[in-house]
Design a protein around this ligand. Sequence first.
Ligand SMILES: Nc1ncnc2c1ncn2[C@@H]1O[C@H](COP(=O)(O)OP(=O)(O)OP(=O)(O)O)[C@@H](O)[C@H]1O
Ligand SMILES: [Mg+2]
Length: 243
Amino acid sequence: MATSQPDEFPRVKSGIPGFDEMVDGGFHRGTVNTITGPSGSGKTVFASQYIYYGADIGEKGMIITPSETAEFLKREMRSSFGWDLSDLEKQGKLSIVDVTDPVLRLQKSIEVDPVEFLINFRKMVERKLQDFKPQRLFIDDLTALFLSVESPFKVRSLVDDLFGSLRTSGTTSVITIGTAFGMNQYLEYGADSATILNRERIGNSLIRSIFIMKMRGSKITNSIRVLDISDDGLSISNLSPYP
Ligand SMILES: Nc1ncnc2c1ncn2[C@@H]1O[C@H](COP(=O)(O)OP(=O)(O)OP(=O)(O)O)[C@@H](O)[C@H]1O
Ligand SMILES: [Mg+2]
């Protein structure tokens, strides 16, 4: 069997049991990786676990929350899995950027031109990455920010600019995106890897599933796997949802 190539691209471990095996060792360092799925499929848990695991092994993380407040995310992770994000912040292992914070003056409203908003958002992200220098970045649900940009051409170039800045910073990014309104295709197209989460109906029950749509420059598993969420977080079984 062919062995993996030497470390042309060093790998970053996801912290999700079972995931790294599906992508030949983890995310490539310095890349942009999307996690797409419908509501409740596990996107936020996946990316939070990526950050939480990183902090545990000494890799600094940053979380940017464009669509919900940082407080809400912290409460959710504490009550679901006992992950204390505030404590990581206090220890300097994590920085959470709340886009809804008025201090950033990034308030989104229908009066603000969406393209201008996205340019300001990118500049703000660049500044934050430069200041904190995280090894891991998680942006929760980028879809909403791009929805009000009408021209697909502009969406493409704004996505390219943002992802370009993320790569230049050297951080390894995990970005969650919702499937509503078809915005996901632009974001997945611009990303270095795309992972899809879903719920499959098998008989009378709903089973969560995961597959890798692409990872540039890497072998990937072609099978769909079962995704479990428990008190310990998210893990991937080597079973397929289909018997
Ligand atoms: N301890 C737990 N055990 C099992 N399931 C849990 C546990 N904690 C949370 N969950 C479930 O995990 C799911 C979390 O999904 P998550 O918030 O990551 O979805 P999402 O894809 O980000 O959705 P959205 O698009 O709405 O933000 C919830 O449906 C929740 O019920
Ligand atoms: Mg979510």
